[in-house]
Design a protein around this ligand. Structure first.
Ligand code: SF4
Ligand code: SF4
Length: 277
Protein backbone atom coordinates (compact mmCIF):
# COMPACT_ATOMS: atom_id res chain seq x y z
CA UNK A 1 0.00 0.00 0.00
CA UNK A 2 1.44 3.37 -1.02
CA UNK A 3 1.43 6.17 1.54
CA UNK A 4 2.14 9.89 1.49
CA UNK A 5 5.41 11.28 2.82
CA UNK A 6 6.87 14.78 2.88
CA UNK A 7 10.63 15.11 2.47
CA UNK A 8 12.03 18.46 3.62
CA UNK A 9 15.62 19.53 2.93
CA UNK A 10 16.84 21.79 5.75
CA UNK A 11 19.81 22.75 3.58
CA UNK A 12 17.52 24.19 0.88
CA UNK A 13 15.04 26.18 3.01
CA UNK A 14 15.74 29.92 2.82
CA UNK A 15 12.85 31.02 5.03
CA UNK A 16 11.02 32.70 2.14
CA UNK A 17 7.71 31.63 3.76
CA UNK A 18 6.09 30.79 0.42
CA UNK A 19 4.95 27.46 1.92
CA UNK A 20 3.47 29.20 4.96
CA UNK A 21 1.57 31.63 2.71
CA UNK A 22 0.36 28.92 0.32
CA UNK A 23 -1.08 27.09 3.31
CA UNK A 24 -2.83 30.32 4.38
CA UNK A 25 -4.13 30.89 0.86
CA UNK A 26 -5.62 27.42 0.77
CA UNK A 27 -7.15 27.15 4.22
CA UNK A 28 -7.95 30.60 5.65
CA UNK A 29 -11.68 31.13 5.22
CA UNK A 30 -12.14 27.85 3.30
CA UNK A 31 -13.93 24.74 4.58
CA UNK A 32 -12.96 21.39 3.10
CA UNK A 33 -15.41 18.92 4.63
CA UNK A 34 -15.05 16.28 5.88
CA UNK A 35 -11.35 17.01 6.44
CA UNK A 36 -11.00 20.56 7.69
CA UNK A 37 -12.87 23.69 8.70
CA UNK A 38 -11.56 27.13 7.79
CA UNK A 39 -8.28 28.19 9.36
CA UNK A 40 -8.63 31.47 11.28
CA UNK A 41 -7.11 34.67 9.90
CA UNK A 42 -4.27 34.71 12.45
CA UNK A 43 -2.63 32.67 15.18
CA UNK A 44 -2.19 29.37 13.32
CA UNK A 45 1.03 28.13 11.69
CA UNK A 46 0.07 24.82 10.07
CA UNK A 47 3.38 25.14 8.22
CA UNK A 48 5.61 26.51 10.95
CA UNK A 49 9.17 27.51 10.05
CA UNK A 50 11.51 27.37 13.04
CA UNK A 51 14.83 29.24 12.96
CA UNK A 52 18.17 28.48 14.61
CA UNK A 53 21.54 30.24 14.61
CA UNK A 54 24.70 28.18 15.21
CA UNK A 55 28.20 29.49 15.95
CA UNK A 56 29.41 32.95 16.83
CA UNK A 57 30.30 35.92 14.64
CA UNK A 58 31.83 35.82 12.08
CA UNK A 59 31.51 32.03 11.67
CA UNK A 60 27.74 31.73 11.93
CA UNK A 61 25.23 29.49 10.17
CA UNK A 62 21.46 29.89 10.18
CA UNK A 63 19.12 26.95 9.60
CA UNK A 64 15.40 26.92 8.93
CA UNK A 65 13.19 23.97 9.83
CA UNK A 66 9.76 23.88 8.14
CA UNK A 67 7.47 21.93 10.47
CA UNK A 68 3.97 20.87 9.43
CA UNK A 69 2.12 18.05 11.21
CA UNK A 70 4.44 15.02 10.98
CA UNK A 71 1.56 12.62 10.14
CA UNK A 72 3.11 10.21 12.62
CA UNK A 73 2.62 6.44 12.25
CA UNK A 74 2.65 6.20 16.05
CA UNK A 75 0.72 9.40 16.62
CA UNK A 76 -0.05 10.24 20.25
CA UNK A 77 -2.82 12.59 19.08
CA UNK A 78 -5.08 9.77 17.80
CA UNK A 79 -8.32 9.31 19.73
CA UNK A 80 -10.37 6.10 20.07
CA UNK A 81 -13.58 7.89 19.04
CA UNK A 82 -12.20 8.94 15.64
CA UNK A 83 -11.93 12.66 16.45
CA UNK A 84 -8.31 12.27 15.30
CA UNK A 85 -7.69 9.34 12.99
CA UNK A 86 -5.08 7.92 10.66
CA UNK A 87 -5.94 7.12 7.06
CA UNK A 88 -4.63 4.12 5.16
CA UNK A 89 -2.59 6.50 3.01
CA UNK A 90 -0.66 7.64 6.12
CA UNK A 91 -2.29 11.02 6.69
CA UNK A 92 -3.52 11.98 10.16
CA UNK A 93 -6.76 13.98 10.14
CA UNK A 94 -8.66 15.88 12.83
CA UNK A 95 -12.37 15.41 12.15
CA UNK A 96 -13.84 18.93 12.32
CA UNK A 97 -17.20 17.60 13.56
CA UNK A 98 -16.12 14.97 16.09
CA UNK A 99 -13.31 17.13 17.49
CA UNK A 100 -15.52 20.13 18.26
CA UNK A 101 -14.85 21.44 21.76
CA UNK A 102 -11.84 19.13 22.25
CA UNK A 103 -9.18 21.63 23.34
CA UNK A 104 -7.37 18.74 25.08
CA UNK A 105 -6.30 17.45 21.65
CA UNK A 106 -3.99 20.47 21.22
CA UNK A 107 -1.76 19.24 24.05
CA UNK A 108 -1.51 15.70 22.67
CA UNK A 109 1.00 16.62 19.96
CA UNK A 110 4.61 16.64 21.17
CA UNK A 111 5.60 18.77 18.16
CA UNK A 112 3.15 21.57 18.92
CA UNK A 113 1.59 21.07 15.47
CA UNK A 114 -2.04 21.42 16.63
CA UNK A 115 -3.62 24.87 17.08
CA UNK A 116 -6.82 25.89 18.81
CA UNK A 117 -9.46 27.75 16.82
CA UNK A 118 -11.30 29.69 19.52
CA UNK A 119 -14.12 30.92 17.29
CA UNK A 120 -14.89 27.50 15.83
CA UNK A 121 -14.01 25.70 19.09
CA UNK A 122 -11.80 23.29 17.12
CA UNK A 123 -8.29 21.84 17.27
CA UNK A 124 -6.75 22.21 13.80
CA UNK A 125 -3.57 21.35 11.93
CA UNK A 126 -2.01 20.50 8.57
CA UNK A 127 -4.19 18.03 6.70
CA UNK A 128 -1.53 17.05 4.19
CA UNK A 129 -3.81 18.83 1.70
CA UNK A 130 -5.84 15.62 1.62
CA UNK A 131 -8.74 17.35 -0.21
CA UNK A 132 -6.41 18.16 -3.10
CA UNK A 133 -4.74 14.73 -3.17
CA UNK A 134 -8.20 13.18 -3.45
CA UNK A 135 -8.80 15.38 -6.49
CA UNK A 136 -5.68 13.89 -8.09
CA UNK A 137 -3.05 16.44 -7.08
CA UNK A 138 0.49 15.06 -6.81
CA UNK A 139 1.69 18.06 -4.76
CA UNK A 140 0.57 19.77 -1.58
CA UNK A 141 0.17 23.54 -1.75
CA UNK A 142 3.38 23.97 0.26
CA UNK A 143 5.49 21.58 -1.84
CA UNK A 144 4.13 23.07 -5.06
CA UNK A 145 5.25 26.62 -4.30
CA UNK A 146 8.68 26.00 -2.75
CA UNK A 147 11.10 27.81 -5.11
CA UNK A 148 14.18 25.86 -4.00
CA UNK A 149 12.60 22.40 -4.07
CA UNK A 150 13.08 22.04 -0.31
CA UNK A 151 9.70 20.31 0.12
CA UNK A 152 8.84 17.14 -1.81
CA UNK A 153 5.70 15.05 -1.60
CA UNK A 154 6.36 11.36 -2.18
CA UNK A 155 3.82 8.55 -2.58
CA UNK A 156 5.60 5.29 -1.84
CA UNK A 157 5.13 1.94 -0.13
CA UNK A 158 7.18 1.11 2.96
CA UNK A 159 9.86 -0.78 1.02
CA UNK A 160 10.40 2.03 -1.49
CA UNK A 161 10.35 4.63 1.29
CA UNK A 162 12.99 2.67 3.24
CA UNK A 163 15.16 2.72 0.10
CA UNK A 164 14.70 6.51 -0.32
CA UNK A 165 15.48 7.11 3.37
CA UNK A 166 18.73 5.14 3.12
CA UNK A 167 19.75 6.61 -0.25
CA UNK A 168 19.14 10.24 0.78
CA UNK A 169 20.14 10.00 4.45
CA UNK A 170 16.70 11.12 5.67
CA UNK A 171 15.88 11.41 9.36
CA UNK A 172 12.80 12.12 11.45
CA UNK A 173 12.81 15.17 13.71
CA UNK A 174 13.04 14.17 17.39
CA UNK A 175 13.28 10.43 16.71
CA UNK A 176 13.52 10.02 20.50
CA UNK A 177 9.78 10.73 20.75
CA UNK A 178 9.07 7.38 19.07
CA UNK A 179 6.26 8.83 16.94
CA UNK A 180 7.54 7.52 13.56
CA UNK A 181 6.82 10.68 11.51
CA UNK A 182 5.99 10.53 7.81
CA UNK A 183 7.68 13.92 7.42
CA UNK A 184 11.38 13.22 6.98
CA UNK A 185 14.29 15.63 6.82
CA UNK A 186 17.42 15.84 4.76
CA UNK A 187 20.45 17.70 6.19
CA UNK A 188 18.87 17.71 9.63
CA UNK A 189 22.39 17.99 11.09
CA UNK A 190 22.12 21.72 10.39
CA UNK A 191 19.51 21.77 13.15
CA UNK A 192 20.35 19.07 15.66
CA UNK A 193 24.14 18.67 15.47
CA UNK A 194 26.92 21.11 16.37
CA UNK A 195 30.09 22.34 14.67
CA UNK A 196 33.46 23.62 15.72
CA UNK A 197 35.04 26.38 13.63
CA UNK A 198 38.01 28.75 13.74
CA UNK A 199 40.20 31.09 11.69
CA UNK A 200 43.83 29.96 11.35
CA UNK A 201 46.85 32.14 10.53
CA UNK A 202 50.64 31.81 10.59
CA UNK A 203 52.09 33.76 13.51
CA UNK A 204 55.39 34.59 11.73
CA UNK A 205 53.90 35.95 8.49
CA UNK A 206 50.40 36.99 9.64
CA UNK A 207 49.08 35.21 6.50
CA UNK A 208 45.90 33.13 6.43
CA UNK A 209 46.80 29.45 6.79
CA UNK A 210 45.24 27.89 3.70
CA UNK A 211 44.75 24.12 3.54
CA UNK A 212 45.82 23.44 7.13
CA UNK A 213 44.48 20.03 8.15
CA UNK A 214 41.91 19.78 10.93
CA UNK A 215 41.03 16.67 12.93
CA UNK A 216 38.34 16.36 15.58
CA UNK A 217 38.60 13.32 17.86
CA UNK A 218 36.51 11.95 20.70
CA UNK A 219 38.21 9.49 23.03
CA UNK A 220 41.03 9.06 20.53
CA UNK A 221 38.71 8.23 17.61
CA UNK A 222 38.43 10.61 14.67
CA UNK A 223 34.85 11.89 14.39
CA UNK A 224 35.40 14.76 11.97
CA UNK A 225 37.98 16.12 9.56
CA UNK A 226 38.42 19.21 7.44
CA UNK A 227 40.83 21.74 6.00
CA UNK A 228 41.06 25.51 6.12
CA UNK A 229 39.92 27.51 3.10
CA UNK A 230 41.78 30.41 1.46
CA UNK A 231 40.68 32.69 4.32
CA UNK A 232 42.20 30.25 6.82
CA UNK A 233 38.75 29.27 8.09
CA UNK A 234 37.45 25.78 8.84
CA UNK A 235 34.18 24.30 10.01
CA UNK A 236 33.83 20.68 11.10
CA UNK A 237 30.13 19.89 11.38
CA UNK A 238 27.82 16.99 12.27
CA UNK A 239 29.27 16.57 15.78
CA UNK A 240 27.09 15.30 18.61
CA UNK A 241 26.12 18.03 21.09
CA UNK A 242 27.65 17.89 24.59
CA UNK A 243 30.59 15.73 23.43
CA UNK A 244 34.13 16.34 24.70
CA UNK A 245 36.41 16.74 21.68
CA UNK A 246 40.09 17.23 20.89
CA UNK A 247 40.57 19.62 17.97
CA UNK A 248 43.98 19.49 16.21
CA UNK A 249 45.25 21.78 13.46
CA UNK A 250 48.42 20.90 11.52
CA UNK A 251 50.32 22.61 8.71
CA UNK A 252 53.70 21.73 7.18
CA UNK A 253 56.56 23.64 8.85
CA UNK A 254 54.46 24.66 11.88
CA UNK A 255 53.91 23.21 15.36
CA UNK A 256 50.64 21.30 15.71
CA UNK A 257 47.90 23.11 17.63
CA UNK A 258 45.56 21.12 19.88
CA UNK A 259 42.71 22.20 22.13
CA UNK A 260 40.07 20.29 24.12
CA UNK A 261 36.50 21.55 23.99
CA UNK A 262 33.07 20.51 25.22
CA UNK A 263 30.52 21.42 22.58
CA UNK A 264 27.35 22.27 24.42
CA UNK A 265 26.58 24.30 21.30
CA UNK A 266 28.38 25.16 18.04
CA UNK A 267 31.59 27.00 18.79
CA UNK A 268 33.81 29.44 16.95
CA UNK A 269 37.24 29.05 18.56
CA UNK A 270 38.29 32.43 17.19
CA UNK A 271 41.79 33.01 15.80
CA UNK A 272 44.37 30.24 16.03
CA UNK A 273 47.98 31.35 15.41
CA UNK A 274 50.29 28.55 14.28
CA UNK A 275 53.89 28.90 15.45
CA UNK A 276 56.90 28.06 13.29
CA UNK A 277 58.29 24.57 14.04
S1 SF4 B 1 2.85 15.72 14.48
FE1 SF4 B 1 1.45 15.90 16.22
S2 SF4 B 1 -0.56 16.27 15.30
FE2 SF4 B 1 0.74 15.46 13.68
S3 SF4 B 1 0.37 13.21 13.72
FE3 SF4 B 1 2.19 13.62 14.99
S4 SF4 B 1 1.34 13.81 17.05
FE4 SF4 B 1 -0.41 14.05 15.65
S1 SF4 C 1 0.62 19.90 3.37
FE1 SF4 C 1 -1.08 21.34 2.92
S2 SF4 C 1 -2.06 21.56 4.93
FE2 SF4 C 1 0.00 20.75 5.34
S3 SF4 C 1 1.32 22.54 5.68
FE3 SF4 C 1 1.46 22.00 3.49
S4 SF4 C 1 -0.08 23.33 2.50
FE4 SF4 C 1 -0.58 23.26 4.71
Amino acid sequence: MKKWNLIIDVGLCHDCNDCFLADKDEFVGNDFPPYSAAQPWSGHRWMNIERKERGQYPLVQVAYLPMPCMHCDHAPCLTPDGAVYKREDGLVIIDPVKAKGREDIVESCPYGAIYWNEEASLPQKCTGCVHLLEEGWSETRCSQVCPTGAIRLVLADDTEMARIIAAEGLEPFRADLGTKPRVLYKNLYRWDKVFVAASVAYEDTDECAENAQVRVAEGGTTVGEGATNNYGEFTVDRLEPDGRYEVSVTAAGYKPYTVEVTLEKSLNLGLILLQKA
